[in-house]
Design a protein around this ligand. Structure first.
Ligand SMILES: Cc1ncc(COP(=O)(O)O)c(C=O)c1O
Length: 350
């Protein structure tokens, strides 16, 4: 019998489950940590006119490098130390692809964004999970991470961490960065919601790589744009295997205009933070344990109903959130969507 096509796929990939939160249709979608507000209409109209005026038959040869330069200027970093990609996840994958060989140790915190372990495992890495410190409030176990990083190729963390919302304090980040001898990747996808900026680490430790995205506070998840900020020498190696003209001219144009308007991000992040604290207060008044969060979502626990049952009950009210073994996670949406979530929660947790 001839071999099936899928039998040719790497042995490290076959046992994996595809990443992907359910995209069930829900009137109140609070499961993907998306921005509750879109890009302003007048800016969208202006950009649409410029997209129409482009020559779509030509490759965007210089667009990516120009965007990398604009991002570098906005963040005050070396332009040679910025790579752009179709979302930050593509750059996480690029770093792993370029650096990880079968059997290499990759350290992640647990729980954290499942994509880190998934992509590293697919490359044959030995993924070591270091549990976050629990006990009331999740914290990064900095000493355990440093200990686990010995003999590792990469430590990959998210701060704020998905799904707990935990942030590395500047002192913890310094300690980690100076204690880890291997590469240290920090996914800063949610940084705008807590004002975190780990770029100062780069000057002290060239093995640090930061990942940022236009998908969250920039409200451009549909565009697929993100960047990696790291040592120019590391970026030069990774660039060798990036696909040519990886970002579309449309994505480059929109991202370029958004990075020049930090006030839009600041306003959006401030209103998400206000809503996050309002929702957290209302939930605590219902007797729910809500973990502190530096992101645009809240992880919560309660003992009155099995979490999966509560998740399903909220869905019957049209509210879709995420269920994890450690609790439920709700994204901060528009005030109306947050109110719908709170009303459903009140109805289901009498
Ligand atoms: C931890 C984390 N990093 C990154 C992203 C976003 O990735 P991208 O920039 O590819 O949209 C997400 C999206 O949910 C996330 O949770």
């Amino acid at each position: 019998m001839s071999r099936s096509p899928e039998s040719f796929v790497r042995a490290s990939i076959r046992p994996l489950a595809a990443y992907g939160p359910p995209r069930d249709p829900a009137p109140v979608p609070l499961h993907l940590n998306e921005s509750p507000s879109d890009i302003p209409d007048d800016l969208k109209r202006e950009l649409s006119a410029r997209i129409e005026a482009m020559d779509w038959s030509k490759y965007p040869i210089t667009d990516g490098a120009r965007l990398a330069g604009e991002i570098a200027a906005a963040y005050g970093v070396d332009p040679a130390g910025v790579l752009v990609g179709n979302g930050s996840n593509e750059l996480l994958q690029l770093l792993l692809f370029a650096c990880v060989e079968p059997g290499d140790k990759v350290v992640v915190a647990s729980p954290s964004f499942s994509l880190y372990g998934l992509q590293a495992t697919a490359l044959g890495a030995n993924v070591v999970e270091v549990p976050l410190r629990a006990g009331g409030e999740y914290r990064f176990p900095v000493h355990d991470l440093i200990a686990a990083s010995r003999e590792a190729k990469l430590v990959l963390l998210g701060s704020p961490n998905n799904p707990t919302g935990t942030t590395l304090s500047p002192a913890e980040a310094e300690e980690l960065s100076s204690g880890v001898r291997c590469l240290l990747g920090i996914d800063e996808a949610y940084r705008d919601f807590c004002g975190q900026d780990f770029t100062p680490l780069l000057a002290k430790n060239p093995r640090v790589a930061l990942f940022r995205t236009f998908s969250k506070a920039f409200a451009a998840a549909a565009l697929r744009a993100g960047c990696m900020i790291g040592a120019p020498s590391l970026c030069a190696e990774l660039h060798k295997i990036q696909l040519p003209y990886n970002l579309s001219a449309v994505t480059c144009l929109v991202a370029s205009e958004l990075i020049k308007r930090p006030e839009l991000v600041a306003q959006r992040a401030a209103s998400v933070r206000d809503e996050r604290e309002r929702v957290a207060r209302a939930m605590r008044e219902l007797g729910i344990t809500v973990h502190p969060s530096g992101a645009n979502f809240l992880l919560f626990e309660q003992t009155r109903r099995p979490p999966k049952e509560l998740h399903a009950a909220l869905f019957r009210h049209g509210v879709l959130i995420r269920s994890y073994p450690i609790g439920l996670r709700v994204s901060i949406g528009s005030p109306a969507h947050n109110d719908a979530f709170l009303a459903a929660l009140k109805a289901e947790l009498p």
